[in-house]
Design a protein around this ligand. Structure first.
Ligand code: AMP
Length: 471
C-alpha cells in the first residue's frame, strides 16, 4: 500500500507562517480546503489569479492568508489616505465579513484592516483612511465616493482582490469597477473570484488581470449534492400557513427563508411575528444598522429565522443554518444552488425545503436540469398534486423581451410565455429598477444578464475548453 495516498496537505506545508498558523488553530481550521491548497501557492508566487469558487469553499482564507504573509514579510507604512491591499466586495455584509476574516487570521501580525461601505458614517471612515491602512475592504460605490472626496488614493495598491465578481455584475457595479481599474497602479497583483464565468465577467477579468492562473473548485451544480432537498407543491396563498406548520418542527433550529422580493420578505416576517415566531428580515431597503442587528440576532440564536432576499443574503456566513426554506423559488436556477449552499458551509450537510406554487413549476424544472437530479416531493396537508410533466408548464414572464441581453434572446425564443403571469409579475414590481435586490439578474440599464441561466452552449463550451487547457 502506498503511504502517499494518506498524505494530507497542511497549512504548514503550504508555507503559512507561524503567527497565522496560531490564529488558524484558534479558528479551529485543521486542514486547508481545496481552494486553499490550489490558491495559496499562486498568491504567494505573486501571479494573478482567477478563482472559480463560490462562498462556502474557504476562498476568503485562500487569498487572505498569503496576502497577510506577504504584507508582514515586507512591512512598510501604506502612507496617508492609502492602502496596500484593496479588496472589493459587492455587499456590505460580505465586505464586513472579509474584513473580520483578515482581522482574525492576522491577529498576531499587527497589520491594520479597515472596511468602508455605504450606509455607514463617511466621517469615521475618512478618519481611519487618513492614517493609511494595510488592508482596505470596500464596496465599489463607497470607495469611489472616498476617492472623489480625496479621502483615499489608490496609487499605492500592491494587491487587488475582486470578490464575487458575478454578483458585482448583477448589482450594476461594472462601470464603477472599470473606473477603479483605471486608478490602480499597473504594477500590482490582482486576484479575481467569481462563482460563474460568463462572457461579461471574463471581459471584466481581462481588464484587471495579467496572464492569470486559473483554478476552480466545487462546480456550482455539485454543491446541491450535499444538501438534502425537498419540494412542496403548494398554492401561493397557502405558503405562509405551510411555513408556520413546518416551524412547529423543532428540528428546524436556525433557518434562512428566501423570498423573491423585499416586500415579500417584510410580509413574511410580519406574519411570522404575529404567529409568535421570532424572525428578522434582511434586504436592500433596510438601513445598515437594521441589517447588522438582524444578522446579529440570527447569529446569536435570538431569532430562529432570517428572512432574506437573494442579494442581501449573498456572502452571509452564518454557521449551523439547519434549514434553507425557499418561500419563493428563484427564477434563475443557479440562485437556487447558491441559496441552498448556505446550509452546507465548509463541508457540513443541511436541509433545503422549497415551496413551489403552480406558476413556479417551470423554475423547478430549470433547477432540476441544472443540478441533474430531481428534487424529491414532500407531501403535506397543504400540498397540491405534483404535476406529472413539469416540462409542459408555461414559464412566468419575468423579463421584458425588448430589454433582454442579446445573448439570451436566442435561448428564450422557444419558451412559451403566459401573458397572465406576465401581468402578475409586473404587479409584484419586477421592473428593471426593482431588480437590484429582487433576485433578477440585470445590469445597471435593466438588461437581463444571462450569467445565471448559463451561457449559450457554444460560449460555455468555449470557456470550458479554454479553462481545462490552462489547468
Ligand atoms: P468562505 O468561502 O471564505 O466564505 O468560507 C466559508 C466558511 O468556511 C467560513 O465559515 C470559514 O470560516 C470556514 N473555513 C474556511 N477555511 C476553512 C478551513 N480550512 N477549515 C475549516 N473551516 C474553514
Amino acid at each position: 500500500m502506498r503511504l502517499e495516498r494518506f498524505y494530507v496537505t497542511t497549512f504548514k506545508d503550504l508555507g503559512v507562517s507561524a503567527p497565522i498558523l496560531k490564529a488558524l488553530d484558534a479558528e479551529g481550521y485543521s486542514t486547508p480546503t481545496p481552494i486553499q491548497i490550489q490558491g495559496i501557492p499562486i498568491v504567494q508566487s505573486g501571479r494573478d489569479l482567477i478563482g472559480l469558487a463560490q462562498t462556502g469553499t474557504g476562498k476568503t482564507a485562500a487569498f487572505a492568508l498569503p496576502i497577510l504573509d506577504r504584507l508582514a514579510g515586507a512591512r512598510k507604512h501604506a502612507g496617508e489616505k492609502s492602502c496596500r491591499v484593496l479588496v472589493l466586495a459587492p455587499t456590505r455584509e460580505l465586505a464586513a465579513q472579509i474584513a473580520d476574516s483578515f482581522r482574525a487570521y492576522g491577529r498576531f501580525l499587527g497589520l491594520s484592516t479597515a472596511v468602508v461601505f455605504g450606509g455607514a458614517s463617511m466621517f469615521k471612515q475618512k478618519e481611519t483612511l487618513f492614517r493609511g491602512v494595510d488592508i482596505l475592504v470596500a464596496t465599489p460605490g463607497r470607495l469611489l465616493d472616498h476617492v472623489a472626496q480625496r479621502s483615499l488614493k489608490l496609487d499605492k495598491v500592491e494587491i487587488l482582490v475582486l470578490d464575487e465578481a458575478d454578483h458585482m455584475l448583477d448589482m450594476g457595479f461594472v462601470h464603477d469597477l472599470r473606473r477603479i481599474a483605471g486608478m490602480l497602479p499597473r504594477e500590482r497583483q490582482s486576484l479575481f473570484f467569481s462563482a460563474t464565468m460568463p462572457a461579461p465577467i471574463a471581459e471584466l477579468a481581462a481588464q484587471f488581470l495579467d496572464k492569470p492562473e486559473q483554478i476552480a473548485v466545487t462546480p456550482v451544480s455539485s454543491t446541491a449534492e450535499r444538501v438534502q432537498q425537498a419540494v412542496i407543491h403548494v398554492d401561493q396563498q397557502k405558503k405562509q400557513d405551510l411555513l408556520h406548520a413546518l416551524l412547529n418542527d423543532r428540528s428546524i433550529k436556525r433557518a434562512l427563508v428566501f423570498t423573491r422580493t423585499k416586500h415579500g420578505a417584510d410580509r413574511v416576517v410580519r406574519r411570522l411575528e404575529s404567529a409568535g415566531f421570532e424572525a428578522e428580515a434582511i434586504h436592500g431597503n433596510k438601513s445598515q444598522g437594521q441589517r447588522t442587528r438582524a444578522l446579529d440576532a440570527f447569529k446569536k440564536g435570538k431569532a430562529r429565522l432570517l428572512v432574506a432576499t437573494e442579494i442581501a443574503a449573498r456572502g452571509i456566513d452564518v454557521d449551523q443554518i439547519s434549514h434553507v426554506i425557499n418561500f419563493d423559488l428563484p427564477n434563475v436556477a443557479e440562485q437556487y444552488v447558491h441559496r441552498i449552499g448556505r446550509t452546507a458551509r465548509a463541508g457540513a450537510d443541511g436541509i433545503a425545503i422549497s415551496f413551489c406554487a403552480p406558476d413556479e413549476r417551470a423554475y423547478l424544472n430549470d433547477i432540476e436540469r441544472l443540478t441533474k437530479q430531481p428534487v424529491p416531493v414532500l407531501e403535506t396537508d397543504f400540498s397540491l398534486k405534483a404535476p406529472k410533466d413539469l416540462k409542459r408548464t408555461p414559464r412566468p414572464k419575468t423579463e421584458a423581451r425588448g430589454s433582454m441581453h442579446p445573448a439570451r434572446k436566442h435561448a428564450s425564443k422557444k419558451r412559451h410565455v403566459s401573458p397572465t403571469h406576465g401581468k402578475a409579475h409586473a404587479k409584484l414590481g419586477h421592473s428593471p429598477n426593482h431588480a437590484r435586490d429582487g433576485g433578477d439578474r440585470r445590469d445597471r440599464k435593466g438588461n437581463a444578464v444571462w450569467s445565471n441561466t448559463g451561457a449559450p452552449a457554444k460560449r460555455r463550451s468555449q470557456f470550458k475548453s479554454k479553462f481545462d487547457s490552462s489547468r
